[in-house]
Design a protein around this ligand. Structure first.
Ligand SMILES: Nc1ncnc2c1ncn2[C@@H]1O[C@H](COP(=O)(O)OP(=O)(O)OP(=O)(O)O)[C@@H](O)[C@H]1O
Ligand SMILES: [Mg+2]
Length: 246
């Protein structure tokens, strides 16, 4: 098979078992550096950071404002690329893939949750349709019954035909978590997912994440929120873009 950009594959890389190595961590960053350059200055946001995000666990990224948490999460989610170092998702080095294979790996193995619940959802789809679309985009189609079952696990069974505008912020964020985990990606990345939720709503989102992580997905969450820290299996501590020993 050959692609528009001239790459040749013996087969669809998704059919290659190495594309998702079951025993590999959900994600790894090895010696990553990230510098943002503006017209007048350059800011080193990450400086030689090496971390592994295990599957079936919740890893919480902590550190003061400006320490590089969101920058690290964007690298792990393959939204951004490091200036130096490597990112591996499910055992695959992202930088060694062509543009098409990288896009497929990201679609198949990574979900990213924004802080604002509404930004994770499409306004014109009901809850079941959101989940089924997310599954289809991940290449792992879900039936209506699959979607209803997942909604039930997240306490949203009665909201199956509701659109985002008919859901509370906490319900929207739980629906976004459902869309994140459907089809079993290796990694779900969430940047301050409880920042806009009250205590009760945040707790329900976190309980959902904890339960779903147990099923095998690796969650990596940045937060200042003690409620998030309470569900952590492990921590990544950053300060001025550097890893800090626990
Ligand atoms: N696009 C950008 N252009 C220039 N500098 C940036 C950019 N994004 C982040 N930075 C800088 O990089 C550093 C790390 O930012 P980052 O957003 O990763 O921190 P953070 O730990 O997520 O902070 P917060 O807790 O406030 O969300 C900061 O000094 C920030 O000002
Ligand atoms: Mg941030």
């Amino acid at each position: 098979m050959s692609t528009d950009d001239g790459f040749h594959f013996a087969a669809d890389p998704l059919a290659d078992p190495l594309f998702s190595t079951p025993e590999a961590p959900a994600a790894v960053c090895r010696g990553v550096r990230k510098t943002y350059r503006t017209a007048t200055e350059s800011v080193t946001a990450l400086d030689d950071v090496t971390v592994a995000i295990p599957r079936a666990q919740v890893t919480v990224v902590v550190g003061p404002s400006g320490s590089g948490k969101s920058s690290l999460l964007r690298l792990l989610a393959c939204i951004d690329s490091p200036d130096d170092g490597e990112v591996l998702i499910a055992g695959q080095r992202v930088d060694r893939l062509g543009a098409r294979a990288r896009r497929k790996l990201r679609q198949r193995q990574v979900a990213y949750l924004f802080q604002r619940p509404g930004e994770n959802l499409l306004p014109y789809l009901d809850a079941v349709a959101q989940i089924r679309l997310a599954a289809a985009l991940r290449g792992a189609p879900a039936t209506e019954d699959d979607a209803l079952e997942l909604l039930g696990r997240l306490g949203l069974r009665e909201r199956a035909d509701h659109h985002p505008a008919q859901l509370s912020g906490g319900e929207q964020q739980r629906l976004a978590v459902a869309c994140g985990v459907v089809g079993n990606p290796a990694l779900v990345v969430a940047d301050e997912p409880t920042a806009e939720l009250d205590t009760a709503a945040a707790e329900r989102v976190l309980v959902a994440m904890e339960d779903l992580a147990a099923a095998g997905v690796g969650f990596v969450i940045s937060s200042h929120d003690p409620r998030v820290m309470a569900i952590a299996d492990g921590f990544v501590r950053l300060d001025h873009g550097r890893l800090v020993a626990a």
